[in-house]
Design a protein around this ligand. Sequence first.
Ligand SMILES: *[C@@H]1O[C@H](CO)[C@@H](O)[C@H](O)[C@H]1NC(C)=O
Ligand SMILES: *[C@@H]1O[C@H](CO)[C@@H](O)[C@H](O)[C@H]1NC(C)=O
Length: 316
Amino acid sequence: MRLLLLLLLLLLALIGSAAAQAIRGFNSGGIGPKGPKSQQDFEAEFNKIKNLPGTGPFTSIRLFTMIQPNTASDPTVAIPAAISTQTRLLLGLWASAGQDAFNNELTALKAAITQHGEKFTSLIDAISCGSEDLYRITPTGIANKAGIGASPDTLVQYIQQLRDAIKDTPASGAKITHVDTWTAWVNESNFAVTKAVDWLGMDGYPYYEKEHENTISNAGQLFFDSYNKTVAVSQGKPVHVTETGWPVAGPKSGLAVASVENAKKYWDQVACRLLGSVDTWWFTLDDAKADPGEISFSSIKPDLGDPLFELSCPGE
Ligand SMILES: *[C@@H]1O[C@H](CO)[C@@H](O)[C@H](O)[C@H]1NC(C)=O
Ligand SMILES: *[C@@H]1O[C@H](CO)[C@@H](O)[C@H](O)[C@H]1NC(C)=O
């Protein structure tokens, strides 16, 4: 009996330490309020996420492309910034602009590996082939004018190309993922992508789910329902949350109201349950929306200012 209790305690301790290690990250676009972010801009942002008042340190950043803006295939300056600040990375290769553009993404990734070696590759949490490419080719994506996407067949080919590109490099052990909306993951026509990745990157935004009762009070329920649905079709692979958040400003969406107050309620309902137990990249730290009428998912004031709402969790 006592042994059983001891084993149980040990198990709980193990679960506890695994949970404490879950990745806490933010999404980060390459464009800031003044245009493409410089290495210094990225460094300031990466230092910011580690020192946010009220919440445990965030340590990882999700990028959408390997390529520095205004170059053909130079690696993004986010990489030296991550090395100098020891920030972890969920890398992203843009996969919706055709084979030539994808080749440039691979070129940039390989150049960064050659240039920085293990100083870079030791920081890689995973590499995502694409972002919401499958969502963009659905009737909903097309109706929302989400832009050009990619088919599941194309993504499976790109994933193989990515695996081939990092083979025999210091990045060869990196986990390969794809990021898409939960609705794309539960769609049977996309299961070949699920089969091709090491884990599933799930994006979920109850704010946009106008077809459901998407009031803020029901938002947590909607989010975890979609998370559970994705887990149910994940072929036993881990499901990590690569994007979620609630806008602090913007138009009404179904029953969803964008406001700082509701963003805080969403943080309490969703972030506070995910952070520490599921690898999560929140959307977002600062989306650099200049026009107050525009939809914004920022968590902090402009110019890396104070949080817009309390980032601590109830009972913390
Ligand atoms: C399901 O996925 C396929 C392939 O990606 C896509 O063409 C189709 O529109 C999706 N269906 C829905 C209802 O989103
Ligand atoms: C999701 O699954 C977990 C674990 O099975 C369960 O505790 C939770 O209630 C589920 N959430 C929803 C919204 O269905």
